[in-house]
Design a protein around this ligand. Structure first.
Ligand code: IPE
Length: 247
């Protein structure tokens, strides 16, 4: 049974401090993953203050690209640094984590449709590894390089690997409604659109609204929850918000 888990950038980094890890949070997440002993686990992490800060600095978003190789490398290098920290935290708990860098794998056409080959990730799972991917830069036809969010990677891999379980561990305990209460279940975007405001910190990939939109496109349900509920999710429970996926 394949599980895809995204660790949000706001969980593993100090989102408002450029290129700063949230070490206690990363340790807690790694502890939970280490203790769960899951077979067939893929981890994807977001950019937080490593990705979004650098993307904003070079004027790159999911839609607006750059041909500036220095900027491309700066964003990618910051994400590799964060990825190294995540892989090492997992390896320190006995998890067979290995890095996978989407920039070297994926590409986009001019409409923004992303191709991300998954055969290598599948082979890694077969060999007992835990692939750790990350939000990254991606080469795009006519744009140069744009941003590929961890959420989009989750959506692409969940479909390609026919994952049974998809979890997004976020900086909040679930998707909030207009009153600040966690919505238990989301079946369609329009029903919750008004309640989903933009995220406060610099986020070039659109915050919670974009996340929900992408998850609704999945052929399987996904769960959005906070760090306190990571062990519950890994134990097979459905904490936070269930996003129903395509009917
Ligand atoms: C962003 O990935 C990656 C870059 C900006 C390079 P995400 O959009 O998945 O990151 P978080 O989880 O919101 O921080």
């Amino acid at each position: 049974m394949t599980t895809i888990l995204k660790l949000g950038g706001s969980v593993v980094t100090e989102k408002d401090e450029p290129e700063t890890l949230d070490e206690p949070a990363l340790d807690r997440a790694a502890d939970a993953i280490g203790e769960a002993h899951l077979d067939d686990l893929v981890v994807v992490h977001g950019g937080g203050s490593f990705g979004h800060h650098n993307a904003a600095k070079y004027g790159v978003s999911a839609e607006t690209g750059t041909h500036d190789a220095v900027g491309v490398f700066a964003i990618h290098a910051a994400m590799r640094e964060l990825n190294t920290a995540v892989v090492q935290a997992l390896q320190n708990r006995g998890v067979s984590a290995v890095p996978v860098h989407p920039f070297s794998l994926g590409h986009r056409d001019s409409s923004g449709a992303t191709t991300l080959p998954s055969a290598g990730v599948e082979r890694m799972l077969d060999e007992g590894f835990v692939p750790v991917l990350h939000g990254d830069v991606v080469v795009q036809q006519a744009e140069g390089v744009t941003i590929l969010s961890g959420d989009e990677i989750v959506v692409l891999l969940a479909s390609a690997l026919s994952a049974e379980r998809v979890g997004l561990c976020s900086g909040v305990p679930g998707v909030f409604d207009g009153t600040g209460a966690v919505i238990e279940r989301i079946d369609d975007f329009e029903a919750v659109a008004d309640a989903l405001g933009a995220s406060d910190a610099t986020d070039v990939t659109g915050g919670m609204a974009a996340k929900v939109r992408e998850l609704l496109n999945l052929p399987m349900p996904a769960v959005v929850f906070g760090l306190d509920d990571l062990d519950a999710f890994l134990a097979g429970q459905t904490p936070g918000t269930l996003v129903a996926g395509r009917p």
